[in-house]
Design a protein around this ligand. Structure first.
Ligand code: ZN
Length: 133
């Protein structure tokens, strides 16, 4: 069985980590047996990350993004769109993640949360969760 579930995310900042774990837990809660849920972001300036939802760490991740790919650099793409940094970070982060589930529960580690990563917000965004079992 393969099933797509679509949902929206509203970002409020240019770069932002938005925890979507509760939404994903809700999606798998009705599924029995074992399977995988793939989370895919159909955007070129956003991504998906799995890590700890701790305020300081989230700030550290965002400040590291800025060190690795500064917002205000000379990028060729900025001649047409002014968001090259967002595209480049999306390439590094990747736009999907796959998580196993079993009997209605995501098999995440204790400290793992799933984040939608906004890199060029604020925007209205789409996420596609694909259940495979
Ligand atoms: Zn662009």
């Amino acid at each position: 069985m393969i099933k797509n579930v679509y949902f929206d995310v509203e970002s409020k900042k240019r770069r932002e980590l938005i925890d979507i774990t509760a939404k994903l837990k809700d999606i798998v809660s009705k599924e029995n047996g074992s399977g995988l849920i793939n989370i895919f972001v159909p955007h070129t300036t956003a991504g998906i990350l799995i890590n700890e939802n701790e305020r300081g760490l989230k700030n550290d991740i965002l400040s590291t993004f800025e060190k690795v790919v500064p917002e205000n650099e000379k990028y060729e793409h900025n001649l047409i769109d002014n968001n090259a940094d967002a595209h480049i970070l999306s390439v590094i982060i990747k736009n999907n993640s796959c998580i196993p589930f079993s009997d209605g529960k995501l098999l995440l580690g204790t400290w793992q949360s799933v984040f939608f990563v906004e890199l060029d917000g604020p925007r209205h965004r789409n996420v596609i969760a694909t259940l495979i079992k």
